[in-house]
Design a protein around this ligand. Structure first.
Ligand code: FDP
Length: 349
């Protein structure tokens, strides 16, 4: 066979099954659930690709629970994931960015054997970028439903560290799915559209301990607190051996794309709380937790500035949080800056 044709592909399903076999207590339920997530991602990827041609761009005419205009693709992606997850038989409860209340799966759609899961997801994150053809994505996190629970909001109003799996799928120049089931392991898969399979292309992703890129909506800098202002200013004025060595700025404005680059290249991504958004913008359950889970498992850190993201326990399903995540050393510097300001070493500006 020609050298360029790889004939022994490691697909996402093959990889997850191999990991499952390595855990003697594994039941295969999570593997089945991941099959339904893969299907949702492939379906949405196809819709994103043809959106401009088949009139899928633009507004659906409604607003979601966040008061944001829903795009047609937001609504479609939401339906795709709800249907796909429900059909797995493994899901008891879902939380979607697009639905105000939790979605309880009826008993007839549940497999009575094995584990039941709670899945939290943002079906199409970064959707303000759709018309411009900029990368957007799906973010998801998975909890095991507590023993004896039939699935209630309590099953998701838990610390992020209780998640058993998290991931995102980025619909960009290629479709990339990044997944972690914990234990310090993060894998990246690329959709081969010719065979319709996610192929393992990025095994064992590790985020560099320090990067050279910062990613934040700098247009909001007039609203930042003094710690945030000092930290990001220090990245621009830093010197190495007496010579200017500023970090580069990169901000897509699509969380999946900005976090994907941060995981691969290192650096820091932030959406802080500020004078305009007292609690930040990004949602704890289906944006901050899954991304923090992935970043920590890749060797990085994720914080609110003063608290580890994965230690938070949300009080409401659509709660927001400030977030700073990325390379271990960059995030540690940011935390040190917040600690210094909290100790009154610098006055609030
Ligand atoms: P969007 O509004 O386009 O859906 O939480 C949604 C999100 O995008 C994130 O993907 C992105 O990181 C952030 O908002 C961008 O917000 P700003 O436009 O305020 O920078």
């Amino acid at each position: 066979m020609a050298d360029h044709t790889q004939t022994n592909l490691i697909t996402l399903s093959r990889h997850v099954l191999a990991e499952q076999r390595a855990h003697k207590d594994a039941t295969g339920d999570l593997t089945l659930l991941l099959v339904s997530i893969q299907l949702g991602c492939k379906f949405v990827a196809t819709c994103v690709r043809k959106a401009g041609i088949v009139n899928l761009t633009g507004l659906a005419g409604d607003t979601n629970v966040q008061g944001e205009d829903q795009k047609k693709l937001d609504v479609l992606a939401n339906e795709i994931f709800i249907n796909s997850l429900r059909s797995s038989g493994k899901v008891a409860i879902m939380v979607s960015e697009e639905d105000e209340d939790v979605i309880i799966v009826s008993a007839k759609d549940r497999d009575p054997a094995g584990h039941a899961y709670a899945v939290v997801f943002d079906p199409l994150d970064g959707s303000s970028n759709i018309e411009a053809g900029v990368s957007i994505g799906t973010i998801f996190g998975i909890y095991k439903v507590a023993p004896g629970s039939t699935g209630t909001a309590k099953d998701v109003l838990r610390a992020g560290r209780d998640m058993v799996c998290a991931g995102y799928c980025m619909y960009g120049s290629s479709t990339s799915l990044v997944l972690s089931t914990g234990n310090g392991s993060v894998s990246g898969y690329t959709l081969d559209t010719t065979i319709g399979e996610f192929i393992l292309t990025h095994p064992n992703i590790r985020i560099p301990a320090r990067g050279k890129i910062y990613s934040i909506n700098e247009g909001n800098s007039v609203y930042w607190d003094s710690a945030c202002t000092e930290y990001f200013s220090s990245l621009k004025t830093r010197t190495v051996d007496g010579k200017p060595a500023p970090y580069s700025a990169r901000y897509v404005g699509s969380m999946v794309a900005d976090v994907h680059r941060t995981i691969l290249y290192g650096g820091i991504f932030a959406y802080p709380a500020d004078k305009k958004s007292a609690h930040g913008k990004l949602r704890v359950l289906y944006e901050c937790f899954p991304m923090a889970f992935l970043v920590e498992n890749a060797g990085g850190r994720a914080t609110t500035g003063t608290q580890r993201i994965l230690d938070m326990v949300p009080m409401a399903i659509h709660q927001r949080s400030p977030i700073f995540l990325g390379s271990r050393d960059d995030v540690a510097d940011l935390e040190a800056c917040y600690a210094k300001h909290a100790n009154g070493a610098a006055k609030e500006q």
